[in-house]
Design a protein around this ligand. Structure first.
Ligand code: ASP
Length: 452
C-alpha cells in the first residue's frame, strides 16, 4: 500500500465556485491527495435540485420530475443545467466557452432511449470534472483531467445501475500511474461496447472506491457535508457526537437504519484491501471525521444506534412450525416471489414474524396474505404496521453482560413496550421494535442508557 490518497467530493462539495475553492484548498493541503473524484453539482442556495436530476429530466422529456409531483419542465431543466455551468465558469474565472458549447451539444444530441438516459445523466460529473480540472490548472496546480472513457473504467451494460467490471482495475492503475493530480468524474463508466453507462444513484462513491482499490490507496477520503457518522441522528438528539472510528462491519449494521452518508457498495472494494475510509466535511476540513477500518479496539459497548422507521411485520401462527422442515423457506419464498425484501424473522415454536419495510407492502398486502393462506394454511395471520426498529450497534457489546438489560430497562422507564426483540447472532447489534409514536422517546432513552 502506497501513501496516495483518493478523495471523492460529493455534490454539495462541488455545487458552486465557493465550494470548489474549498476543494482546491483541501487537495493542496496534502501532497498525497493525488486522485480527486468529483460528483455533479448538488443542490445549493440558488438551485434546489441536483444537476443530475435535471439531466434525468431532460433525458426523459420531463417525466423524471413529473413522476415525483414536481412541475419542472424539460426546457427548464435544460436551461438550469446550462445556467449552473455558465455561472461556475464565470465565478471561477476560467476560460470555458468550449466546455459550455460541448455541454449544449451533448444535451441536444439524439441518442436512442436506454442509452440516452445514461449518457445525459453522466454529463453532470463529466463537465464538472472538466471545469474543476481547468480551475485547478488556472491556479497553478499540476492537475490533469482523466475521464472514465480514457482510463478504461469498464462497467456492465446494465444501464442505470451498471456494475464495475474487474477488468477496469488494470486500466485505472495504468492511467493513473504517475503524473500530476488526476481529476476524475465519478458515477459513470464505459461498457465493453463503448457506451456510457451510469452506476446507481450516489455512484461517485463507487468510482472513488474502485479507484482506491486499483491504485492501492493508503486512504479513501469521502468528503461530504457532515462531520462524519453520528452516534444517533443529530436532528433528534442534539448532543450526539461524531463516531471517530468504526469497523466496516459496524458501519454496515448502522447503515440499515438510515445512516446515509456513504454508498455501501463502495466499501466492499476498500474492505477487500483493508483501505481505511475517512468520511470528512468539506465545510469543516479540520474535523477528523469518521474513519472506517478493518479492526479496532473498542473503548465502549455500543457505538451508535440505527433507526429504521416505517416498519411492518407479517405475523403467522401455526401449530408445529418449529417441527415443520422447510416452513420458513416456503414463507420466505413467497416474499421473494412478491419482490419484498425481508429484514428479520423472529420465531418461536408455533409462530413467526417477518419484518419488512411497510412501503414495500403497498398495494401488495392483500395478495401477499392470500398467497400465504393458500400455500401455508396458517392458523392465524395478521400484518402489523407503524413500528420503528431501534438497533444499538458496537463490537464492544459482544460478550458484555447487561447491555440488553440496560437498554430494555431504559424503555421500561419510559413506559414503552417492546413489540419485537431480535439479537444479531454476531452479538454486534440487537433490534427493538417499538410503535412508531414512541420512536423519538425510545431513541432518546437508549441513547442515554447506552451512549451518553
Ligand atoms: N450525481 C449522481 C447522483 O446525484 C452521483 C453522485 O453524486 O454520486 O446520484
Amino acid at each position: 500500500m502506497g501513501t496516495n490518497i483518493v478523495c471523492k467530493f460529493g455534490g454539495s462539495s462541488v455545487s458552486n465556485a465557493g465550494q470548489i475553492e474549498k476543494v482546491r484548498r483541501i487537495v493542496c493541503a496534502d501532497d498525497n491527495r493525488r486522485f480527486v473524484v468529483v460528483s455533479a453539482p448538488g443542490k445549493d442556495g440558488s438551485e434546489p435540485e441536483k444537476i443530475t436530476d435535471h439531466l434525468f429530466n431532460v433525458a426523459t422529456h420531463g417525466h423524471h420530475f413529473r413522476s415525483r409531483g414536481k412541475s419542472i419542465t424539460e426546457r427548464e431543466s435544460f436551461d438550469r443545467v446550462l445556467a449552473k455551468f455558465r455561472s461556475l465558469v464565470a465565478e471561477l474565472g476560467i476560460r470555458g466557452d468550449d466546455i459550455l458549447d460541448d455541454l449544449e451539444s451533448d444535451l441536444t444530441s439524439h441518442i436512442s432511449n436506454k442509452k440516452r438516459i445514461d449518457f445525459f445523466a453522466s454529463r453532470g460529473e463529466h463537465y464538472n470534472a472538466k471545469v474543476i480540472a481547468r480551475y485547478f490548472q488556472s491556479k497553478g496546480m499540476d492537475a490533469k483531467l482523466v475521464l472514465p472513457e480514457d482510463m478504461g473504467f469498464l462497467v456492465s451494460d446494465r444501464f442505470g445501475n451498471a456494475k464495475v467490471l474487474p477488468a477496469a482495475h488494470s486500466g485505472i492503475r495504468e492511467s493513473l500511474k504517475d503524473g500530476p493530480v488526476s481529476i476524475i468524474p465519478g458515477y459513470y463508466g464505459i461498457t465493453l461496447k463503448g457506451d456510457i453507462a451510469v452506476l446507481s444513484r450516489g455512484g461517485s462513491d463507487l468510482t472513488g472506491g474502485e479507484v482506491a482499490y486499483a491504485v492501492d490507496a493508503s486512504c479513501y477520503e469521502n468528503w461530504t457535508d457532515t462531520d462524519g457518522v453520528y452516534q444517533v441522528d443529530p436532528r433528534i438528539i442534539s448532543g450526539a457526537s461524531v463516531i471517530p472510528e468504526l469497523t466496516y462491519k459496524e458501519i454496515r449494521l448502522l447503515s440499515s437504519g438510515g445512516f446515509n452518508v456513504f454508498h455501501f457498495d463502495a466499501m466492499v472494494s476498500c474492505k477487500n484491501k483493508s483501505i481505511p475510509i475517512n468520511i470528512r466535511n468539506t465545510n469543516n476540513p479540520t474535523a477528523p471525521g469518521t474513519r472506517i477500518v478493518s479492526s479496532r479496539t473498542p473503548g465502549e459497548t455500543a457505538v451508535g444506534i440505527a433507526r429504521m422507521d416505517g416498519i411492518a411485520y407479517v405475523y403467522i401462527e401455526k401449530d408445529m412450525i418449529g417441527e415443520t422442515i422447510g416452513f420458513t423457506k416456503e414463507l420466505l419464498d413467497i416474499f421473494k416471489d412478491f419482490g419484498i425484501n425481508t429484514h428479520h424473522y423472529p420465531s418461536d415454536k408455533d409462530d413467526i414474524a417477518v419484518i419488512v419495510d411497510q412501503h414495500d407492502l403497498m398495494d401488495k398486502a392483500d395478495d401477499l396474505k392470500e398467497t400465504i393462506v393458500k400455500r401455508l394454511s396458517p392458523d392465524f395471520l395478521d400484518i402489523r404496521y407503524d413500528l420503528c426498529l431501534l438497533s444499538p450497534v458496537g463490537i464492544g457489546m459482544k460478550n458484555t453482560p447487561g447491555v440488553l438489560a440496560r437498554a430494555s430497562a431504559a424503555l421500561y422507564q419510559e413506559n414503552i413496550n417492546i413489540e419485537i426483540v431480535d439479537q444479531g447472532p454476531s452479538q454486534l447489534s440487537f433490534h427493538f421494535g417499538i410503535f412508531q409514536k414512541h420512536a423519538d422517546a425510545g431513541l432518546t432513552a437508549l441513547y442515554r442508557s447506552l451512549l451518553k
